[in-house]
Ligand binder design. Structure first.
Ligand code: 0RA
Length: 644
C-alpha cells in the first residue's frame, strides 16, 4: 500500500463508482424516495448502525449533530468499523483495502463479518451506510479503535485516498459526517422535528440507549437528549398521557423464545380507538405482519378464555377482536435473526414463526396478569362487553343509514361544488371552513379539476363519539358522500373521487381546530387516506404586502418582517387577512389554490397521530390547558406567530 500515491486510485475509482452507480442512478430503490422523506432516511441508516452496536452490547450512546453548513454527523461509541485490511477483487486483480473502505463502497458489505445477533441496519432497504456514502456530496468517516483515530474521505462515494491514521484517542466508536448530494435530493435541508421524532422512537425501542440531537445551524440552535430506562413501557405511558387508564400500571412483557426477542407493552384507556404499533428489528412495520397477527389472535383468546372461566360471559357468547382492542394502546417490538419484509412498502413482517412466538408470549404473560389481578381483569372484561354492545348498536345504525342511502347514495351533497373532470387521478377537493370562504373558493377555483365542499362550523369530535353519532353528523355525512370511498372496514381507496383532499382553513386557532378535527376524523375512519398521502393542508397567507405594482404575500410574522426588509419598508402597504373570507377570489386563487403558487402541506400519519392525541385537550373546556397545548404544538397548529 505504501507505494500507492495519490492519483493511483483512478483505476479503482472507476470500479468503485461502478459499484455504487446503481444507487446514484436509482436512489429511490435504496432509500424509498429522493424527497424529504428519503433525505431523512439517510440519518436513519447511519443511526441504525449504532443501534446494531447497542443490540450487540457494545454501544450505549449515539449523537446526531446538524452542522452549521447543513451537513449531519452521527457519532456512536460502538466498536468502530473494523480497520483491518481485506483482500478484494477489483478489475480482476486481487488488492488490499481497509474494511472501512469495503463497508463504505460495497453494497451489502456492511453485513457484519461473521457474528450472529440481530441487525437493524440495512433493514428496510438492506443497504445501510454504503448508500449514504453513494448519495452524499462528501462523507467523512472517523473510526476510534485500538487507541487510534482513523479517517477517510469520500466524494459521491469515491474514496479520495486510503484510510489514514490521523491521531491518538482513548475513545472507541465511529463518526460518520456527510453532506447529502443536492444533485440527488429535491431538498437537502434537514428538519429538526422530523429527525427528533425518529430518534425519540429509536430511544423508546432500545431501553437505556441514549440518543442526543444537536442543531448547530444559525438561529436554530437546539439540543435534546432521549433516554428511556423503561423503553416501550415509557412509550405506552407517553401515548396515554392525556387519557384515563384501566390498569393501575401499564403492562410489560419481555421474553426470548426460539432465538427471537419479544417485548410487549400495553395499557387500556377509556377511549374507543385502537392504537397498536408493531416493530420488527426497530423498523415500524406499518403494514403489520405475523407478529401483529399473533398478538391480535392471542389477545382475543386470552380475554375470551378469562371471561368464560370467570362466568363474566355466557359460554355461547364471544367477544370479537375489535371489542377487545377498543381503547388499547400497545407496542409490540420483536427482534429476530432473519427478518423477511414483505408488502408494498416492505414494512410487513413475513416470518411465519413469529405468529406462534408472539402469541405464546402474550397468552403466557397477559394470561398470568389477568389471573393475578382480578380487579383490573374484571374491569377490562366489562369494558369489552360494553364495547360489543355499542358496536352492535352502531352496526344497526349503520345498516339503517345505509338503507336510507346516506353512505352509498349517488346524490352528492347539495353544498358540494363538484369539478367537471371525473377522473379521480386529476382532481382535488377543498374542504373549506364556512360558507363565506366557501363562496369565494367556488368563484376562484378552476372548476375543471377543483371541487369545493364548505363546512359549517366545527365538525364533530369523533374521538369521543360512537359510530352512530358520527354518521348522524351532517358535515361528516357530506364528506363521506363527496369522497365516495366509504369508511372503516368498508373503506375502498379505488372508489375515492379525488386524488387530493385539501383542508383549507383560516390561519387562526379556530382554523387549526377544524384542521385537527378533520385529521382526527380521517385518522379514525379513513386512515388509508392519510397513509396513502391523499390529505393536504393549504396555507393561506396572513399578510399582503403591496408596494406600487408589486405584491407579495407572507405566511407568518417572521416572513412579513423579512419581506418588508427585502422590499425596503418605505412605501410598503401591509394588509392583514383576518380570514379566507376576506380575500377576493383572485387573491385566493393566486395565493392558496393555484397549483403554481400555493403551498400545500402533506399531512402525515405522525401529524394525524399527534392531532388525535391533542385534540381532545384542545376541544376541552379548560382554556389554560388549551392555550398551553397550542403553544407546545405550534408546528402542527401553526399559530405560534399569531399571538393566540
Ligand atoms: C462492520 C462490522 C462491525 C461493525 C461495523 C461494521 C460498524 C459500522 C458502523 C457504522 C456506524 N457505526 C458503526 N459501528 C460499527 C463489527 C465490528 C467488529 O467485529 O469489531
Amino acid at each position: 500500500m505504501e507505494e500507492k500515491v495519490k492519483g493511483s486510485y483512478t483505476a479503482d475509482n472507476i470500479q468503485v463508482l461502478e459499484g455504487l452507480d446503481p444507487v446514484r442512478k436509482r436512489p429511490g430503490m435504496y432509500i424509498g424516495s429522493t424527497d424529504e422523506r428519503g433525505l431523512h432516511h439517510l440519518i436513519v441508516e447511519v443511526v441504525d448502525n449504532a443501534v446494531d452496536e447497542a443490540l450487540a452490547g457494545y454501544c450505549d450512546t449515539c449523537t446526531v449533530e446538524i452542522a452549521r453548513d447543513g451537513s449531519v454527523s452521527v457519532t456512536d461509541n460502538g466498536r468502530g468499523i473494523p480497520v483491518d485490511m481485506k483482500k478484494i477483487v477489483k478489475n480482476g486483480k486481487q488488492v488490499e483495502v481497509s474494511a472501512v473502505e469495503v463497508v463504505m463502497t460495497h453494497l451489502h458489505a456492511g453485513g457484519k463479518f461473521g457474528g450472529g445477533g440481530y441487525n437493524v441496519s440495512g433493514g428496510l432497504h438492506g443497504v445501510g451506510v454504503t448508500v449514504v456514502n453513494a448519495l452524499s456530496e462528501w462523507l467523512d468517516v472517523e473510526v476510534y479503535r485500538d487507541g487510534k483515530i482513523y479517517r477517510q474521505r469520500f466524494n459521491r462515494g469515491v474514496p479520495m485516498r486510503d484510510l489514514q491514521v490521523v491521531g491518538k484517542t482513548d475513545k472507541k466508536g465511529t463518526r460518520v459526517s456527510f453532506m447529502p448530494d443536492a444533485d440527488i435530493f429535491e431538498t437537502v435541508e434537514f428538519n429538526y422535528d422530523t429527525i427528533r421524532s425518529r430518534l425519540r422512537e429509536v430511544a423508546y425501542l432500545n431501553k437505556g440507549f441514549t440518543v442526543n440531537l444537536i442543531d448547530n445551524r444559525d438561529g436554530r440552535e437546539k439540543n435534546e437528549t432521549f433516554k428511556f430506562d423503561n423503553g416501550i413501557l415509557d412509550f405506552v405511558d407517553y401515548l396515554n398521557r392525556t387519557k384515563e387508564t384501566i390498569f393501575p400500571e401499564s403492562l410489560y412483557i419481555e421474553k426470548v423464545l426460539s432465538d427471537s426477542e419479544v417485548e410487549i407493552a400495553m395499557q387500556y384507556n377509556d377511549g374507543y380507538s385502537e392504537n397498536i404499533y408493531a416493530y420488527a428489528n426497530n423498523i415500524n412495520t406499518e403494514e403489520g405482519g405475523t407478529h401483529l397477527e399473533g398478538f391480535r389472535n392471542a389477545l382475543t383468546k386470552v380475554i375470551n378464555d378469562y371471561a368464560h372461566r370467570n362466568n363474566l360471559l355466557k359460554d355461547e357468547d364471544k367477544l370479537s377482536g375489535e371489542d377487545v382492542r377498543e381503547g388499547l394502546t400497545a407496542i409490540i417490538s420483536v427482534k429476530l435473526k432473519n427478518p423477511q419484509f414483505e408488502g408494498q412498502t416492505k414494512t410487513k413482517l413475513g416470518n411465519s414463526e413469529m405468529r406462534t412466538i408472539v402469541s405464546k408470549v402474550l397468552i403466557d404473560g397477559f394470561g398470568t396478569y389477568l389471573e393475578e389481578n382480578p380487579g383490573p381483569a374484571k374491569e377490562l372484561v366489562l369494558k369489552t362487553i360494553t364495547a360489543q354492545r355499542a358496536r352492535d348498536a352502531a352496526r344497526n345504525a349503520r345498516e339503517l343509514t345505509r338503507r336510507k342511502g346516506v353512505l352509498e347514495s349517488s346524490t352528492l351533497p347539495g353544498k358540494l361544488a363538484d369539478c367537471s373532470d371525473k377522473d379521480p387521478r386529476n382532481t382535488e377537493i377543498y374542504i373549506v371552513e364556512g360558507d363565506s370562504a366557501g363562496g369565494t373558493a367556488k368563484q376562484g377555483r378552476d372548476r375543471r379539476f377543483q371541487a369545493i365542499l364548505p363546512l359549517r362550523g366545527k365538525i364533530l369530535n369523533v374521538q369521543k363519539a360512537r359510530l352512530n353519532k358520527v354518521l348522524e353528523n351532517a358535515e361528516i355525512k357530506a364528506m363521506i358522500t363527496a369522497f365516495g370511498c366509504g369508511i372503516g372496514d368498508e373503506f375502498d381507496e379505488s372508489k375515492l373521487r379525488y386524488d387530493k383532499i385539501i383542508c383549507m382553513t383560516d390561519a387562526d386557532v379556530d382554523g387549526s381546530h377544524i384542521r385537527i378535527l378533520l385529521l382526527t376524523f380521517f385518522f379514525n375512519f379513513m386512515r388509508p387516506l392519510i397513509e396513502k398521502g391523499h390529505v393536504y393542508s393549504a396555507m393561506p397567507p396572513l399578510y399582503k404586502i403591496s408596494k406600487g405594482k408589486r405584491i407579495e404575500y407572507a405566511y407568518s410574522d417572521k416572513e412579513l418582517a423579512a419581506k418588508l426588509d427585502s422590499m425596503g419598508r418605505k412605501g410598503c402597504e401591509v394588509q392583514r387577512y383576518k380570514g379566507l373570507g376576506e380575500m377576493s377570489k383572485e387573491q385566493l386563487w393566486e395565493t392558496t389554490m393555484s397549483p403554481e403558487h400555493r403551498t400545500l402541506i402533506q399531512m402525515t400519519m405522525e401529524d394525524a397521530f399527534e392531532a388525535d392525541e391533542i385534540f381532545s385537550t384542545l376541544m376541552g373546556d379548560q382554556p389554560e390547558l388549551r392555550r398551553q397545548f397550542i403553544e407546545e404544538n405550534a408546528k402542527l397548529i401553526e399559530t405560534k406567530d399569531l399571538d393566540v
